[in-house]
Design a protein around this ligand. Structure first.
Ligand SMILES: CC(C)(COP(=O)(O)OP(=O)(O)OC[C@H]1O[C@@H](n2cnc3c(N)ncnc32)[C@H](O)[C@@H]1OP(=O)(O)O)[C@@H](O)C(=O)NCCC(=O)NCCS
Length: 188
């Protein structure tokens, strides 16, 4: 991909507009702060482990873009009355392989920004971009996985039209509880 991908999401009556763009090293300070949230640490599959770990995490996202198999976006929210933006989340398209029909999505929202539809709005933008970009390479469906007790994530899947597909059995230690597999197909 030559130019950096920037996705725009319109404001709603309850929430400012969002901008999605590839992670940059300048995001590290804000990333480290939001990564201290225990709920995020418990649920996200890839997190910043400690305050010194931010650059490594961002560089891993950048390697994914360079390799063309993992596309992580920082989700930024415009601040009312200001030109400044604030980090509010992460959405990622992963496991992308040319000729493979399925890829996977993931997301988190910073604790201070939850409950305002940030994740479903950002996921919708990611989903449209993923299908627009990778259908020609054989992409047919996107998969979304969450643990059964992650009700908030299940709501994000439902609101984003990722239909429930099946229960995934627990596989400790990485997946201590059963999971839900949701899917969205190109035609949805
Ligand atoms: C799951 C998560 C991404 C949802 O993000 P979000 O931007 O808050 O999404 P929404 O605003 O659409 O809220 C989704 C649900 O979260 C719950 N919720 C609402 N307000 C909330 C708040 N202030 N704090 C926490 N959860 C809240 C509600 O169940 C809501 O569903 P509803 O719209 O039917 O009421 C977010 O809670 C999160 O980052 N959790 C930790 C990481 C995680 O679980 N990632 C997904 C791994 S599969």
């Amino acid at each position: 991909m030559n130019a950096p991908v920037v996705l725009q999401v319109a404001a709603t009556p309850a929430s400012p507009a969002l901008v999605l763009r590839p992670w940059r090293l300048e995001d590290v300070a804000a990333l480290v702060v939001v990564s201290r949230d225990p709920a995020l640490r418990q649920r996200a599959s890839s997190v910043v482990d400690n305050d010194a770990d931010g650059p490594r995490w961002v560089q891993a996202q950048q390697r994914g873009w360079a390799a063309g198999d993992r596309f992580g976006f920082a989700v930024l929210e415009a601040q009312p009355g200001s030109v400044r933006v604030q980090l509010v989340g992460n959405v990622v398209l992963k496991e992308v392989t040319s000729g493979k029909p399925a890829a996977e999505v993931g997301y988190w929202t910073a604790a201070h920004a939850r409950g305002r539809g940030v994740a479903p709005r950002a996921l919708e933008a990611l989903t449209s971009w993923a299908f627009d970009t990778f259908v020609a390479g054989g992409l047919e469906r996107l998969e979304l996985l969450h643990q059964v007790d992650n009700v908030a994530s299940c709501r994000v899947a439902q609101k984003s039209r990722y239909d429930f597909d099946s229960i995934l059995p627990a596989a400790p230690p990485s997946f201590p509880r059963d999971g839900h597999l949701h899917m969205r197909r190109t035609s949805a």
